[in-house]
Design a binder for this molecule. Structure first.
Ligand code: FMN
Length: 85
């Protein structure tokens, strides 16, 4: 069973959670965590997809909210490109 854990993350919080989930799942099934920019498009070739991202304005991020996140920190965003929306 293949089951990737795909995450979007601005500052690293969701990435940390995704890695913890993948570590737990990895004890019983084949899995690995991957940033949304490296996820397969279209999403296929696996049995289960675990996907998560940060809450932005009560929902999934949008281009403008990701720009807002980028302006909050000097460090580059963990997921600088597309979001999971
Ligand atoms: C632009 C923006 C909008 C946000 N909107 C919400 C929100 O509506 N509700 C909430 O609980 N947190 C909100 N947050 C906080 C993030 O969800 C929170 O900091 C999260 O841990 C960030 O995860 P990340 O480090 O993986 O990006 C917002 C953060 C940003 C940058």
């Amino acid at each position: 069973m293949k089951a990737p854990v795909v995450f979007e993350s601005m500052f690293g919080n969701t990435k940390e959670i995704a890695e913890a989930i993948a570590a737990g799942m990895g004890e019983s099934i084949e899995t690995e965590s991957a940033g949304v920019g490296g996820a397969p498009v279209p999403p296929e070739g696996f049995d289960l997809l675990v996907i998560g991202g940060p809450t932005h304005q009560f929902g999934l991020s949008r281009p403008d909210s990701r720009k807002g996140a980028a302006s909050e920190r000097e460090e580059p965003l963990v997921s600088p490109g597309i979001g999971i929306r």
